[in-house]
Design a protein around this ligand. Structure first.
Ligand code: 5AD
Ligand code: SF4
Length: 348
């Protein structure tokens, strides 16, 4: 069978709803570049069938860039003493949440490094206050916590939680996240699902030592967890980390993983990640045409935003209102519109 016949057969299998196995996922990740477009078109069709043409916006507030972890890939790592650290005050966080509401978004994502300065109690009070004053759907992205903590967040009014698996290779995970354990992270994700959070996970593509087999396992993990949201972005080396200088310009491989995530999980919410946009000027649009259906504009005040430097080149210029109006224009150019609604995963 020629390569083109083989790929056509695989994509046909996908279209009629047959699940892909590990070997088939690896074949689709490895196929020659000429065929990638067919994969993207298939994922795009599935996105349209399962979710529709509307794009959901989530407003992010990066409220603290302190982190107690030392992930080799991340600019916020504890040992990076070149980074200016900040914590937003409660008032600043609430005011930013008000901004998000004013621009008609219905979801706020509260994101930070692993920063124990914010006790569980304090986070709960913040959640309650944001809920009371804005009624926004609240997503937390604040790292690993105990099941009891997760439960408290839920009781205070949090609805969703993002915790990327980063990679499901135990060896790679141990190397990239010193002192952390993959099992513990997976346990957190299972607790979140069990408690009833809409749960997000995801990975980075292009990490040193990562193979296509590992990427296939990442994808199968996302499916097996029955995650509701999947963040898939390219690794971008940060100059002040141990991985400085490791080149990754493989936008296409990230898009292939994203497309396969759509094909495997059908109705999940998949953002066009900021990292894709940082790596390629058309990254966001390409992702939206390869299975993505969510965009997460950054509402962090300008004076802080520049210091949330996980990797270089990540900020959109301008005020949140300007960024959103530009996004809407970009979406219209590909026949898509924003739906100002909570955008739950269908059926959840
Ligand atoms: N390149 C791309 N993404 C990164 N992240 C951390 N460092 C990098 C990097 N160098 C992502 C991780 C993490 C989130 C905070 O940012 O996936 O979950
Ligand atoms: Fe901290 Fe997350 Fe960066 Fe790791 S990836 S150093 S946990 S902010």
């Amino acid at each position: 069978m020629s390569i083109s016949d083989k790929i056509e057969k695989l994509l046909l299998k996908v279209e009629i709803g047959k699940p892909l196995g590990r070997k088939e996922i690896i074949d689709l990740l490895r196929m020659p570049g000429d065929f990638a477009q067919d994969l993207f078109v298939t994922a795009d069709r599935i996105r349209q069938r399962e979710i529709g043409d509307e794009i959901f916006l989530r407003g992010i507030i990066e409220f603290s860039n302190y982190c107690e972890c030392n992930c080799l890939y991340c600019g916020l790592r504890k040992s990076n003493n070149k980074l200016h650290r900040y914590r937003m005050t409660d008032d600043e966080i609430i005011n930013t949440a008000q901004e998000i509401k004013k621009l008609r978004l219905t979801t706020v994502v509260l994101q930070s490094g692993e920063d124990s300065f914010y006790s569980t109690d304090r986070i709960c009070r913040l959640i309650e206050q944001i809920k009371k004053e804005t009624g926004l759907i609240i997503t937390l992205s604040i790292g690993e916590k105990s099941t009891t903590d997760f439960q408290s967040f839920l009781q205070s009014g949090a609805n969703r939680y993002l915790l990327k698996q980063e990679t499901v290779s135990p060896e790679l995970y141990k190397y990239l996240r010193p002192g952390c354990q993959l099992d513990k992270r997976i346990q957190c994700l299972r607790s979140l699902k069990l408690l009833g959070f809409e749960t997000g996970t995801g990975n980075m593509v292009g990490l040193p030592g990562q193979t296509l087999e590992i990427l296939a396992d990442d994808l199968l993990f996302m499916k097996q967890l029955d995650a509701d949201m999947l963040g898939i972005g390219p690794f971008i080396a940060h100059p002040d980390t141990p991985l400085a200088g490791i080149e990754n310009d493989d936008v296409e491989l990230t898009l292939r993983v994203l497309a396969l995530a759509r094909i495997l999980t059908l109705n999940t919410n998949i953002p066009a990640t900021t990292a894709l946009t940082a790596l390629h000027p058309q990254g966001r649009i390409l992702a939206l045409q390869a299975g993505a259906n969510v965009v997460m504009p950054d509402f962090t005040p300008e004076n802080y935003k520049i210091h949330y430097e996980i990797y270089p080149g990540r900020t959109d210029a301008g005020s949140a209102a300007e960024i959103i109006s530009k996004l809407e224009k970009d979406f219209r150019s590909i026949g898509r519109t924003v739906l100002y609604s909570p955008g739950n995963r269908p059926g959840k």
